[in-house]
Write a protein that binds this ligand. Structure first.
Ligand code: ARG
Length: 412
């Protein structure tokens, strides 16, 4: 048989195939230059392959490194509300160094950073990719795009300060300009806000932001440049408008209804529903500086979002894992798995949302067209986690992952 080039061997006691849900015993992963070359039963290894430098995980269940589609690594969850005014982009980038490391240590080997100021997320990603600091692979949005006074704008100060977020845009042309600027400075993903939000001051979660024409211009511009579009939306009308405009994912999706489920089913739009974070906001948010008006909004959003998550699972629409870590404590990204199981997913579905499905939403591929992340298959980066036990029986094993490998290198 023809020898397969490999520089490293990883042995797995059990390996979870996230496509089929099958757990296969005694598998071997051959790694070449950080990528998976082949996955095969360990008994089929040649003696040369057995002699490769080996990471022995034969006492563990191995699964792909996890993906979180909604984080803000540069956001300090202890500095909400007015405290946020102290956070310069440089300070946020410094904070993000530690946030990136704990996120990776928690088993999340790839994240989408859906909004940061001052392109701190671009610099964070570049520092990670260049090996200066340790963190997950990042897809980054740069500045979130929104209307004047919208969810991404700075609404804390009176007009005399002329405070305005970089991502503000107020016409189809301005929206196109913002997309182009974001990508010029290193974004590879576009995020905009289609409704008000919980944590922004003086915005209504039910009120739409941007016209259909603006959203269509944004999506066309992003897609022309090969970037996916993530739309923040709690309210029904803004959500429907964003889906109609052709976004790739709806973030939060709190007040979805059957019409929304039919629309996303037809178009293949992903829902990224952050159903854990409400516990933090209502439990620890006040101490972290969250404004009373935001706490009040969260009381209207949190429970309904969970109920609607259950409806979305029952409808069988595309769903990807996203937590909004950064609003809450970095490194606790996996806490949402158990909530997803409580609200209607099987453990396998929850794991698929954070691996196969998230990777399909990202659609980040190598030169051969294979997915780079989210799977343990040839062509993907050798990003994986290992747990002692069966996560299909106990999903909470993912909350304390003992072994994390990124690009074939053990980082925990
Ligand atoms: N960033 C979001 C916002 O301000 C957080 C909402 C979190 N609440 C929730 N139930 N998912 O709107």
């Amino acid at each position: 048989s023809l020898a397969i080039a490999a520089d490293q061997l990883i042995l797995a006691g059990q390996l979870l195939d996230v496509r089929s849900g099958e757990l296969r015993a005694n598998q071997a992963i051959l790694v070449q230059e950080q990528r998976i070359e082949q996955v095969l039963p360990a008994r089929q290894l040649t003696s040369e392959q057995r002699a490769l430098p080996t990471l022995d995980l034969s006492n563990y269940t191995v699964l792909p490194g996890l993906l979180d589609m909604h984080v803000h690594l540069t956001s300090n969850p202890q500095q909400h509300g007015l405290r946020r005014l102290n956070a310069t982009p440089a300070r946020q980038a410094i904070f993000g160094v530690t946030a990136a490391e704990v996120t990776l240590q928690a088993g999340f080997t790839t994240v989408r950073n859906v909004g940061a100021s001052g392109f701190a997320d671009v610099d964070l990603r570049n520092a990670i990719d260049e090996g200066e600091i340790v963190g997950p692979r990042m897809r980054v949005a740069g500045h979130s795009i929104c209307i004047t006074g919208g969810h991404c704008d700075n609404n804390f100060l009176p007009h005399t300060y002329a405070a305005r977020s970089f991502g503000v845009a107020n016409s189809p042309d301005e929206v196109r300009t913002r997309v182009r600027q974001n990508m010029k400075y290193g974004a590879n993903l576009i995020k905009f806000t289609a409704t008000g939000g919980v944590l922004s001051r003086n915005t209504d979660v039910n009120a739409s932001q941007f016209s259909l024409a603006e959203m269509q211009a944004l999506v066309a511009e992003a897609h022309d440049r090969g970037a996916k579009v993530a739309a923040h939306a709690h309210g029904l009308h803004g959500m429907k408008r964003a889906i109609e405009a052709g976004v790739d994912s709806i973030e939060h999706a709190s007040f979805l209804n059957d019409e929304v489920l039919a629309m996303v089913a037809e178009r293949g739009t992903y829902l990224v529903m952050d159903i854990y974070v409400s516990d933090f906001i209502l439990g620890e948010g006040e101490a972290a500086g969250i404004l009373p008006e935001s706490l009040e909004k969260e009381r209207q959003v949190g429970q309904l979002q969970r109920e609607n998550f259950r409806r979305a699972v029952a409808a069988g629409v595309n769903m990807a894992y996203g937590t909004d870590a950064g609003v809450y404590t970095h490194g606790q990204n996996a806490r949402q798995f158990a909530y997803m199981v409580d609200w209607g997913m099987t453990p396998l579905q929850a794991i698929q949302s954070a691996t196969l499905h998230a990777a399909t939403l990202l659609d980040w591929r190598n030169e051969q067209g294979q997915l780079n992340v989210g799977l343990l298959e040839p062509g993907a980066y050798a990003d994986l986690v290992a747990v002692a036990g069966n996560p299909l029986q106990n999903i909470r094993l993912l909350e304390a992952i003992p072994v994390v490998v990124k690009g074939g290198q053990q980082v925990k």
